[in-house]
Ligand binder design. Structure first.
Ligand code: PLP
Length: 380
């Protein structure tokens, strides 16, 4: 493999290397034993999966559970059309194809993003155009949509670490310039932005149910749209006549009860961050935060530190599930992509971002006090 091809093959860089120096563990394996377990060990998940085993649902194509979940995920994202998939990554690729991206097409995305999104554009033969991140979030700056070349065909915007992109203004710019918008809502099921659910802003939007995500089945995803033309393309690609990129009934059985608790878990995660901000002074200037009028889904809570690697080592040793952010794509070679300027904010996030896993944010009482205590013991 040449180095250009291997440049972004580590989508899980944010995994902490605690105990395995230089090693990489899948994102979901980072929970600390003193914190609430992740994946969640709720009795209703066990009941739901057991029931799906007992009644034979586990062995069916096109089962009742996946159909229930499909409808509820569509509602959650505020879209009339929804397809369940095997992963969020498959969703991004399908969304790009369904808005017409093919060989030679340019797609704008943030230089700081889930690296798999860059790869999805490349896999379709498209050319990534990288814009900088906004100063008040970890997502594409709306001004990049204004400034990018006119031959861009689509924009990918991801809501990262519970903060959310300036998606209303990005939507407006896309409409004005005739770009399709792919909304990557993988991390933020249940987030409300300017009165509308995450998932309802894009021409197509994607959720993930991967092992570390706030709704999890180990693997899984969904793609959503309000556009019947886009939906009919998905149907044509996916229905053969079994589903080509399916989610199983067992995955749906595990996910359904989690939907009932999503709002409560989101409130809990938000409360934890409020308590941290109130009690740990250095966090207040180091973190971009969701505005008060947004209901957030904190998948991870992120902050910047200019001695990031030491801090992560210290916090990990003290027992917090914390890691780095993504490897930013501003370093990608000019053979592979175009860049709108030096992408300074992406560079800073690449070097400075620390992310605390949402499992820690589900803590309460003395556990949460302990999270605060550990953060307070180390200045950023
Ligand atoms: C997790 C994630 C994805 C990919 O989802 P998978 O289900 O792991 O394929 C894409 N984008 C973002 C922002 C993510 O966090």
């Amino acid at each position: 493999m040449n180095d250009a091809a291997s440049e972004h093959t580590d989508p899980h860089r944010q995994t902490a290397s605690r105990g395995t120096p230089g090693g990489r563990r899948p994102d979901g394996d980072r929970s600390a034993s003193w914190l609430p377990p992740w994946p969640p060990q709720w009795p209703e998940i066990t009941d739901s999966v057991s029931h799906a085993l007992a009644d034979g649902s586990w062995g069916r194509y096109h089962g009742r559970l996946a159909e229930q979940l499909r409808i509820r995920i569509g509602e959650l994202g505020g879209c009339p059309s929804c397809r369940l998939l095997c992963s969020g990554s498959a969703g991004i690729e399908l969304a790009l194809r369904s808005v017409g991206i093919s060989a030679g097409d340019k797609v704008l995305l943030c230089g700081y993003d889930y690296p798999g999104n860059f790869r999805a554009v490349e896999l379709l033969g498209g050319r990534p155009v990288l814009g900088d991140a906004a100063s008040d979030s970890y997502s594409l700056d709306a001004s990049a949509v204004q400034a990018c070349p006119a031959d861009v065909k689509a924009v990918i915007v991801s809501h990262l670490y519970g903060v959310g992109a300036a998606v209303a203004s990005i939507r407006e710019q896309c409409d004005r310039r005739g770009f399709a918008l792919i909304e990557d809502a993988c991390q933020v099921p249940g987030m409300i932005i300017d009165g509308r659910p995450a998932g309802s802003w894009g021409n197509a939007a994607v959720f993930s149910f991967g092992g570390s995500k706030p709704l999890t089945a180990g693997n899984g995803g969904a793609v959503l749209t309000a556009d019947p033309v886009i939906e009919s393309r998905w149907n044509r690609w996916l229905d053969r006549p079994s589903d080509a990129l399916p989610m199983s009934e067992l995955q749906a059985a595990a996910l359904l009860p989690q939907l009932d608790r999503l709002d409560a878990c989101n409130r809990l995660r938000a409360e934890s961050v409020q308590q941290i901000l109130a009690a740990v002074p250095w966090t207040r200037t180091a973190s971009a935060l969701p505005s008060a009028d947004r209901t957030s889904t904190l998948y991870k809570w992120a902050w910047q530190s200019d001695r990031r690697d030491d801090l992560i080592t210290q916090l990990s040793e003290a027992g917090l599930p914390v890691g780095t952010g993504y490897r930013s794509m501003h370093r990608s070679s000019d053979r592979r992509c175009d860049k709108l300027g030096p992408l300074q904010r992406c560079q800073a996030l690449d070097q400075q971002l620390c992310v605390l896993d949402h499992s820690a944010l589900l803590s309460t009482g003395p556990q949460r006090d302990r999270v605060v205590e550990i953060l307070n013991a180390f200045a950023a």
